[in-house]
Design a protein around this ligand. Structure first.
Ligand code: SF4
Ligand code: FE
Length: 483
């Protein structure tokens, strides 16, 4: 079975007994939980679209490893065309879900691991690349969703992993056995973890020689003993419990994050991809972050398309669409959004092969892409709120609209143009609210800031990759400065 249907995916997740907590209680049936289900639906879209002939070229690829048609989310990029198609696929999924569809972290971890394990083996004669390839083929053949877990909780930022007062603040090896290792620690902000079959764990930063136990990378299934998740709260999350579709804004899709705890988790030898080779921790982080910074030039652009569309519809519905300042704001939003897409496509087009043969994006351009993502969605949201007007945050709820006395009053006074129902006008405003302030704002705003690394992480990479020395030489040559 190379490709699962969306329904088969949902049922496959249902079969995995996961230890998930929310609001102080264990969640017994996460798949049907109204707060959690929209995030599962977002991942499901990566399966549903792969079944549709019109999206086959974008969503699937014939694997050079298995010869079978596989989902692109489990693919190892073999060309710059693959890299560009990845970004286009992510834009499409952002458009279809208006949320984080989560499966990209696994794809980005796959490609970072594929290249890095090859180079570690070359230096040390280890067998991490074989371990990883075996795991990768298993995921390709079974069309699995894989989470990528990188961000440690980090404790005191001024101290190295081994120097923390509590050693578990960075995930690390606590026991070495002949058949594997035992790890302890936690990974924060894990979007998609509860919707995944497997998780790839990676170190969170460069490591020094004293951090050997922390330079660990591996994969385990989600029902591994000692692994549990605590769901993060989101603004307006309990609206999903009220049974009101309109108030939720995007009732079908969403994203959910979890603090993921590894409490003495055993990892067998053949699932280990790095184990103590500290100098490669930084390479793995840099590559994974680079791929994920490229990813944001696709997914956030797709969500931006929905937000721009929603702002334009809101203007249609209140009769402001022809105002020149509204038209100009929509142009500005489009300009910003397409600039992000330019960066995603550019870093892909300038990709190059690694020693292992897979393709790496241009790291400088990918970091510029993500740096722009830390800014432009905020401006796009600001303009959407400007066009939407205050009603976006002051409108009465769906229950009032259904009330026999209040409903007609709301219908009368909150109508815009008379040809559009008040309900439809409020539906589009709630969608804008959801993307700017509600549960989806986690994915479109704060994740734009901190996902794939906070702004400063990109600035460090830009300073490293920017080649200032070369620029100085150029200036001196033009100015005829001879030293
Ligand atoms: Fe994919 Fe974007 Fe979500 Fe990352 S933030 S997993 S790139 S949708
Ligand atoms: Fe993300």
């Amino acid at each position: 079975m190379a490709l699962m249907t969306g329904e088969q995916y949902i049922e496959s997740i249902r079969k995995i007994p996961m230890e998930i907590y929310m609001f102080g209680k264990k969640v017994e049936n996460p798949v049907d939980n109204p707060i959690l289900r929209p995030s599962l639906n977002s991942v499901r879209m990566t399966y549903d679209l792969a079944q549709m002939p019109e999206y086959q070229d974008l969503m699937t690829v014939v694997s050079p490893d298995t010869g079978e048609r596989i989902n692109r989310f489990t693919h190892i990029h073999r060309s710059t065309e693959d890299l560009r198609n990845k970004v286009k696929m992510q834009r499409l999924l952002g458009q279809k879900t208006a949320a984080c569809f989560q499966r990209c972290v696994g794809m980005d971890a796959f490609n970072a691991e594929y290249a890095t394990t090859f180079e570690v083996d070359k230096k040390y004669g280890t067998s991490y690349h074989e371990n990883f390839k075996k795991f990768m083929l298993y995921c390709q053949e079974n069309d699995l969703t894989v989470d990528g877990a990188m961000t440690d909780t980090k404790g005191d930022r001024s101290k190295a992993p081994h120097a923390q007062d509590d050693p578990d603040l960075f995930l690390h090896v606590v026991e070495r056995r002949p058949d594997g290792v035992v790890v302890c620690g936690a990974k924060a902000h894990q979007t998609g973890i509860i919707n995944s079959h497997e998780v790839i764990v990676m170190p969170t930063q460069s490591m020094g020689p004293d951090d050997k136990d922390y330079a660990i990378s591996f994969a385990v299934p989600l029902n591994t003993e000692g692994l549990f998740m605590i769901i993060g709260r989101q603004s307006c999350d309990t609206r999903k419990l009220e049974g009101t579709e309109i108030d939720v804004g995007n009732s079908e899709f969403g994203g959910v994050e979890a603090l993921t705890v590894f409490d003495h988790v055993f990892v067998p030898n053949d699932r280990i991809f790095l184990n103590g080779e500290t100098e490669f921790a930084g390479m793995l982080v840099e590559r994974f972050a680079g791929y994920h910074r490229q990813s944001y030039g696709g997914c956030k652009v797709g969500v931006g398309d929905v937000l721009i569309g929603a702002a334009a519809v809101a203007a249609d519905f209140n009769g402001a669409a022809k105002a020149s300042h509204v038209k100009d704001k929509l142009i500005e939003m489009t300009h910003l959004n397409e600039t992000l897409y330019c960066c995603g496509i550019a870093c892909s087009a300038e990709g190059t092969p690694t020693e292992s043969g897979n393709y790496m994006i241009d790291l400088l351009l990918a970091n510029v892409c993500k740096q722009n993502v830390t800014r432009f969605p905020y401006e796009i949201v600001r303009l959407a709120e400007d066009i939407a007007g205050g009603l976006m945050v002051t409108a009465p709820g769906e229950a009032d609209m259904k009330d026999p006395k209040l409903g007609p009053v709301i219908d009368k006074y909150l109508r815009g143009v008379s040809s559009v129902s008040t309900e439809n006008r409020l539906r589009i405003l709630r969608l804008i609210e959801n993307l700017s302030l509600g549960t989806a704002a986690v994915g479109y705003r704060t994740e734009s800031m901190h996902g794939a690394g906070s702004p400063q992480a990109q600035r460090i990479m830009i300073s490293r990759q920017g080649n200032l020395a070369h620029k100085k030489e150029l200036a001196k040559a033009i100015a005829h400065i001879k030293e």
